[in-house]
Ligand binder design. Structure first.
Ligand SMILES: C[S@@+](CC[C@H](N)C(=O)[O-])C[C@H]1O[C@@H](n2cnc3c(N)ncnc32)[C@H](O)[C@@H]1O
Length: 278
């Protein structure tokens, strides 16, 4: 492992931040820990070359480094307040649609290993089934980390990772492989898909407009101005009348002329105006 000096460390931090938004300026030890396996076995010259190449490459070139450095902590039903808001929204849409067929497109932006996207799907599925209405929903989960996306697609979780999920949902939407590992049952899984995608890229997947966007515990690692930049891009992906949910401490002070701030504890909720710019 080459000796990464202060100057190189600063350059690595700058590359990481410019390409992913993740700011580890105050977390030198995390950056060093992530760089260790990345630079393992390289001479000083090779490490310098890798750094110089990364500085001029698109973000995909940082693949393994991002997998090591991105904080991927997540869990099913992580923030119950967010799912209560989602349930209210789905209920309202079901009531409004009456005889018409309801279509709901949802996005978990920065989905990590998939728990958030699957919980969104479970929440919608529960309400749609009990309403016995003609309705269809799809959830797309996106994340910059290819390792996270791979794991999300597998949809297989150790029993320990299901602790936050209410028993009824666990019984309905997960099947046990061997009493220790559970996987998302196939019907729910068929409504959820995952893509590797960078939130800094305004034109990245998903391209279609969404009814619901969750972007929680992602922007907290970005600088304030960049949080606002990403949020402004997310607004462009929201259908009129659609809702955007972000963490309670993210995007502090952010406002957008096309959005109305809705009441919400432990989560910030915004609804896109029906008469705004599109
Ligand atoms: C702490 S997890 C949050 C997971 C989930 N949203 C939740 O609240 O439980 C943050 C995720 O954001 C992803 N992420 C960080 N920067 C990103 C970017 N520029 N584009 C897309 N995903 C990003 C990380 O890879 C990580 O999986």
């Amino acid at each position: 492992m080459p000796d990464v000096d202060k100057n190189q460390l600063g350059r690595w931090q700058a590359v990481l931040e410019a390409q992913t938004g993740i700011n580890l300026n105050q977390h030198e030890h995390i950056l060093r820990k992530g760089l260790n396996p990345w630079l393992q076995g390289m001479s000083d010259d090779e490490a310098e070359l890798t750094l110089a190449r990364s500085e001029s490459q698109p973000w995909q070139g940082l693949g393994g480094l991002v997998d090591h450095l991105a904080v991927k902590e997540t869990r099913f039903y992580r923030n119950p307040a967010a799912y209560r808001i989602l349930a209210q929204y789905v209920q309202r849409r079901l009531q409004d649609s009456q005889q018409a067929r309801l279509l709901l497109d949802m996005w978990s932006a920065g989905c990590s290993t998939g728990e958030e996207a699957y919980t969104m799907a479970m929440t919608a599925s529960e309400l749609i089934q009990s309403a016995e209405q003609r309705a269809y929903f799809g959830v797309i989960g996106s994340d910059i980390s290819s390792a996270a996306v791979k794991s999300a697609r597998q949809g297989s979780y150790h029993v320990r990772r299901l602790q936050s999920l209410p028993d009824t949902l666990r019984q309905r939407y997960l099947v046990s492989d061997d009493n220790l590992n559970y996987r998302i049952e196939s019907q729910l899984a068929s409504r959820v898909c995952f893509v590797q995608s960078n939130l800094l890229d305004a034109r990245a997947t998903p391209k279609s407009a969404m009814d619901v966007i969750f972007c929680q515990n992602v922007l907290v690692y970005f600088r304030g101005w960049r949080q606002k930049q990403v949020l402004n891009n997310l607004v462009q992906r929201l259908k009129p009348g659609g809702i955007l949910l972000i963490g309670a401490s993210e995007g502090r002070g952010w406002q957008h002329p096309d959005l109305i701030r809705m009441p919400g504890d432990d989560v910030q909720v915004f609804e896109r105006r029906r008469d705004g710019n599109q």
